[in-house]
Design a protein around this ligand. Structure first.
Ligand SMILES: Nc1nc2c(ncn2[C@@H]2O[C@H](COP(=O)(O)OP(=O)(O)OP(=O)(O)O)[C@@H](O)[C@H]2O)c(=O)[nH]1
Ligand SMILES: [Mg+2]
Length: 351
């Protein structure tokens, strides 16, 4: 296998040289910054299928690992080419690009990932610190934007929590998971209320869970019924209120919900957000439900995406504590109480 070296002033120029001489499928084996600022790329021509047939197993294994190395180099070059002013600074600390690509792979948006690198000290002038240390420092910065809260963690009187949010994000399922865990594991007495006044079936869904768990469940369609239900369950440690899902552009219905639960003092709302929602939509959901003064985020369906960094992107835009995260459809297993370390490891950000 013939390896050739190409030098140029920038990584772009070097890649272009490789492409010109060896074609677009050339295999890039390594890149390095040289004294004097030049960049050197080692590359070899693409293998023909005939050439491949002649290779022995060792070569195949070697090529396998080369291919995955190449993928990550390609990814890094792609990220470098998009990093604008940061390109030169990445060159000063090549370890930083590796940490950067881990952040991007986790779904954290580029501008926020760059802030975390900056704060973690990746671009300090004399900052050619070992990259092992760098990832720790950067992940610690990510951790700092995560705030957590436990709505049921105090012993001060009754906790009344309503789950609000768009249709189908998992509000009812999450209520069932919470109800089961709080009553079975934490031995709390729990009551349920459904204020889904648009669909009878939705009330039945909650009542079915209540029957299985042996706890009371009331349906309430207006303020009087809600107050009646709350009075009937005043001895309970915890009351969980399920609400109808609303399209987040349906401002009128959100307003109805605000009138119903908005100014009832002991009641705290928690906004349920699906991790499979795109970043812009999630921002709008949080904004439009904001009039309900929710106290925390609950992130659901984190099992359905690899890009769980949307959680961090949302915190960047609208800082709010996280109370729970759900990880699948199983009731009651697939839920955990938010902690900074668990969320970080959910994002795959551990050293
Ligand atoms: N994969 C996955 N599915 C989930 C999760 N949580 C809920 N679901 C599923 O999402 C679907 C909708 O769940 P519901 O609990 O009915 O959602 P909802 O927010 O109450 O829906 P509406 O009342 O219609 O607004 C169901 O199929 C749930 O099993 C989760 O964490 N992961
Ligand atoms: Mg529901």
């Amino acid at each position: 296998m013939e390896v050739k070296k190409y030098q140029a002033n920038t990584i772009h120029d070097a890649v272009n040289l490789v492409k010109q001489e060896l074609g677009p499928d050339a295999l890039i084996l390594s890149t390095r910054r040289m004294h004097g600022g030049k960049v050197e790329i080692s590359a070899m021509p693409p293998l023909s299928s005939k050439g491949q047939a002649l290779m022995d197993q060792r070569d195949t294994d070697f090529l396998g690992s080369l291919k995955s190395e190449l993928m990550s180099i390609k990814e890094m070059i792609f990220l470098l080419s998009r990093s604008g002013k940061l390109e030169e600074r990445f060159m000063l600390n090549p370890g930083a690009i590796e940490v950067y690509s881990r952040l991007i792979r986790s779904g954290i948006a580029e501008p926020y990932a760059q802030v975390f690198l900056e704060k973690g000290g990746a671009f300090k002038k004399n900052g050619e610190l070992p990259s092992k240390d760098l990832d720790k420092r950067v992940f610690k910065e990510v951790m700092k934007v995560i705030e957590v809260t436990d709505p049921f963690g105090h012993d001060r009187g009754q906790a009344v929590s309503a789950l609000i949010g768009p249709t189908g994000v998992g509000k009812t399922t999450t209520i069932a998971k919470l109800a089961a865990n709080l009553s079975l594991k934490h031995k709390k007495s729990v009551g349920l209320i459904s204020i889904d006044n648009y669909r009878i079936a939705a009330v039945d869904q909650l009542k079915t869970y209540a029957r299985i768990l042996g706890m009371p469940c009331f349906a309430a369609f207006d303020r009087t019924e809600l107050e009646f239900a709350l009075t009937r369950m005043k001895e309970k440690d915890i009351i969980l209120i399920d609400t109808a899902g609303h399209g987040h552009y349906d401002v009128e219905r959100i307003e109805d919900l605000r009138e119903l639960i908005g100014s009832y003092p002991p009641l705290r709302s928690h906004l349920v957000l699906s991790a499979v929602t795109n970043e812009l939509e999630m921002e709008r959901v949080a904004k439009n439900f904001g009039q309900l003064n929710f106290a925390s985020y609950i992130f659901t369906k984190t099992d359905e995406t690899q890009a769980r960094g949307v959680i961090i992107n949302q915190l960047f835009k609208s800082r709010m504590p996280i109370s729970f995260v759900t990880t699948g459809q199983r009731v009651p297993e697939d839920i955990f109480k938010a902690t900074r370390t668990r969320i970080l490891s959910l994002l795959g950000l551990h050293s």
